[in-house]
Design a protein around this ligand. Structure first.
Ligand code: SF4
Ligand code: SF4
Length: 353
């Protein structure tokens, strides 16, 4: 049975103060004048230490993944003879406050970085293994989000739930993990709620077999994206579940055998990312790359892990595309294309009978 407490702003700050001794805490945070245009603010996951730092009403523009896989990070330094692992910036454990869709995306990040091909990514795991989660109650409906269509509106990855309000917060313990931090605060009968419906309802496509997948790959539905998409990669950089990165060795000027290896967030939407050794590029056009991105989410991820789509319905991709290309609209187009493909297959079957 979960226990809930009712805290005013001072008490939330006391709690965050106590937690900060052991944890570096990340939550949605407003960056003043950090938006697309000069005087626009933005909201990202950032380090917080007090109630006033937390932007609990607005959705972030960038994803929760940046806490565990920063946009750019040095992995190690090397000389002619040896290498030295780059230190973790802060030795404390990590506590992340996020909404259900964001927290569910961590499970997909785990699949890619910890389970893919049976190889565990050391640099991901060294942060992930000391990370704990707090569920932020999501009361708002954001344009383009559709977690309820995917079942990512609920989660079990968190130890604590929190519902912020203008004058404080309800804090609900899911287990005994944070019990010691809440002793002495006023109990409450409040129950943290998961979102029950979204304005946007998406019928997430299901591709039945490889034959359908191959037919969909050559369907003319992808043609329009050749002109519309400018292949900027923004939708993948902000995406909660995309994980593409590139590694670069930076050599120091004084000695070209000394330097550091960096991992930088990248995107399958970029032409340079898709080039292989020798200069060949198997996804030459923008529509090839867009199709690859979408079908990876709709089909290929599930074909490998059997855990459903590589998407949590957060809608971040839709809200940030400079060309107003909508992922959920693309999904609807896939449904129409699949209908055609299935009708055609049935017709062929009847003709051959
Ligand atoms: S879909 Fe939009 S955000 Fe994504 S690469 Fe194309 S133009 Fe950029
Ligand atoms: S594809 Fe779009 S909706 Fe799905 S997880 Fe990525 S950003 Fe969110």
């Amino acid at each position: 049975m979960s226990k809930c407490y009712d805290l005013n702003i001072d008490e939330v700050n006391q709690l965050l103060g106590k937690l900060s001794d052991k944890y570096i805490i990340y939550a949605p945070k407003r960056v003043f004048n950090g938006g697309r245009y000069a005087l626009d603010d933005t909201v990202i996951y950032g380090e917080i230490s007090k109630f006033e730092d937390i932007e609990f009403d607005k959705r972030t523009i960038f994803s929760i993944k940046e806490v565990l896989t920063p946009l750019s990070q040095t992995l190690f330094y090397f000389t002619e003879d040896e290498f030295k692992e780059a230190k973790i910036r802060d030795s404390r454990d990590i506590l992340i406050l996020g909404r259900a869709c964001d927290l569910n995306s961590i499970k997909i990040q785990d699949q890619i970085f910890k389970e893919n091909g049976g190889i565990e990514d050391y640099f991901y795991s060294r942060l992930r293994d000391k990370t704990y989660f707090v569920l932020m109650e999501c009361n708002n409906q954001y344009d383009g989000c559709f977690c309820c269509s995917l079942g990512t509106n609920t989660t079990d990855i968190h130890d604590v739930g929190i519902s912020f309000r203008e004058d404080g917060a309800y804090v609900e313990l899911e287990n005994s993990f944070f019990h010691e931090y809440l002793t002495g605060f006023k109990p409450s009968s409040y129950e943290i709620q998961f979102p029950k419906e979204n304005k946007l309802v998406v019928d997430y496509p299901h591709i039945d077999n490889e034959e359908e997948y191959n037919q969909l790959k050559i369907h003319p539905m992808w043609d329009e994206y050749e002109k519309r998409c400018i292949a900027c990669g923004k939708c993948t950089v902000v995406c909660n579940t995309c994980t593409c990165f590139t590694t670069t060795d930076i050599y120091y000027n004084d000695n070209c055998n000394v330097g550091e290896r960096r991992r930088t967030c990248s995107s399958c939407m970029l032409e340079s990312f898709d080039k292989v050794a020798g200069g060949e590029n198997f996804r030459k056009t923008t529509k090839d790359r867009y199709r690859f991105k979408i079908l990876h989410k709709v089909y290929a991820h599930d074909a490998r892990f059997h855990t459903g789509p590589m998407c949590v319905g957060c809608g971040l991709c839709d809200s940030d595309c400079p060309q107003l290309i909508s992922y959920s609209a693309t999904l609807e187009k896939i449904n129409l294309a699949l209908k055609e493909i299935r009708l055609e297959a049935k017709k062929e079957e009847t003709d051959n009978a």
